[in-house]
Write a protein that binds this ligand. Structure first.
Ligand code: IMP
Length: 199
C-alpha cells in the first residue's frame, strides 16, 4: 500500500485522517519517518505555515506528504489571534492563558463573530494542493465546558447552543474546520484518477 506522511506528531489528528483513508493509503507520522526537526511556523498565513511544514518534509525525505495549520480568527480583533493562536498569550500551547487574553481583548465588544480555519498543504508527485475548512461561530463572554482543547470552551458554532467545549468529540468532529478540510483532502486522495505511486 502507498504511504503518505502527515507532518504532525499529534496522534489524535493522525488517527482521524488515517481512519478515513485506511483502505487506500497508509498514513505515517513524523515519528514514523524519524523526523524530529523543530519546523519553524513563521508564516503570515495558515497557507504559509502548512506549506512550510509540507515542503520541509518533502524536500528532506523525498516522500509525498501533507501538513495542516489551524487557528481562530476573531472579526473584532482584525482576524487575531490567527496564526498566533497557539501562542497568543506569549506561552506556546497555554490554552487557558490564551483564552483569558482573548476574552480580555474582546471585553464587552458586541461583535463576537469568529471562525476556526484549517488549511492543509499536500505535496503529491511534486505538486502542491491546498484544502481548506472553516466553521463560523461566536465567542462567548465566559468559558463553558471542559471538552476539546484550545479555544473550544469559548467558541460556539453557528446553529448550536453549545460551545465546542460542551460537545462530545464526535459532535465536534462532525462540523469542525479540521474535519471539513480533511474531508476535502480525503475526497481528493480517494479519486481513482489520482496517481499515488510517485513521490
Ligand atoms: P494547530 O495548527 O492545529 O496546531 O492549531 C493551532 C492553535 O489554534 C491551537 O493551539 C489552538 O489554540 C487553536 N485551535 C486550532 N484548532 C482548534 C480547535 O479545534 N479548537 C480549539 N482551538 C483550536
Amino acid at each position: 500500500m502507498q504511504q503518505l506522511v502527515f507532518a504532525t506528531n499529534n496522534a489524535h489528528k493522525l488517527h482521524e485522517v488515517a481512519e478515513k483513508i485506511k483502505d487506500r493509503l497508509k498514513i505515517l507520522s513524523l515519528d514514523d519517518i524519524g523526523c524530529y526537526d523543530d519546523i519553524p511556523e513563521i508564516g503570515q498565513t495558515f497557507h504559509d505555515n502548512a506549506s512550510i511544514k509540507s515542503h520541509h518534509v518533502h524536500q528532506k525525505y523525498k516522500i509525498n506528504c501533507f501538513a495542516d495549520d489551524s487557528g481562530l480568527e476573531v472579526d473584532a480583533l482584525n482576524g487575531e489571534p490567527g496564526v498566533h493562536s497557539a501562542r497568543y498569550s506569549g506561552k506556546y500551547g497555554d490554552h487557558d492563558a490564551n483564552m483569558t487574553k482573548l476574552l480580555r481583548e474582546l471585553g464587552s465588544n458586541a461583535n463576537r463573530k469568529a471562525r476556526f480555519r484549517t488549511v492543509i498543504s499536500l505535496i503529491l508527485n511534486n505538486e502542491e494542493h491546498f484544502f481548506e475548512g472553516t466553521v463560523e461561530g461566536t465567542i462567548r463572554h465566559e468559558r463553558a465546558g471542559t471538552g476539546g482543547f484550545g479555544y473550544d470552551p469559548v467558541f460556539q458554532p453557528d446553529g448550536y447552543d453549545k460551545t465546542f467545549g460542551e460537545m462530545t468529540l464526535e459532535q465536534k468532529n462532525h462540523i469542525s474546520h479540521r474535519a471539513r478540510a480533511v474531508d476535502q483532502l480525503v475526497a481528493f486522495l480517494n479519486d481513482p484518477a489520482i496517481a499515488l505511486n510517485a513521490s
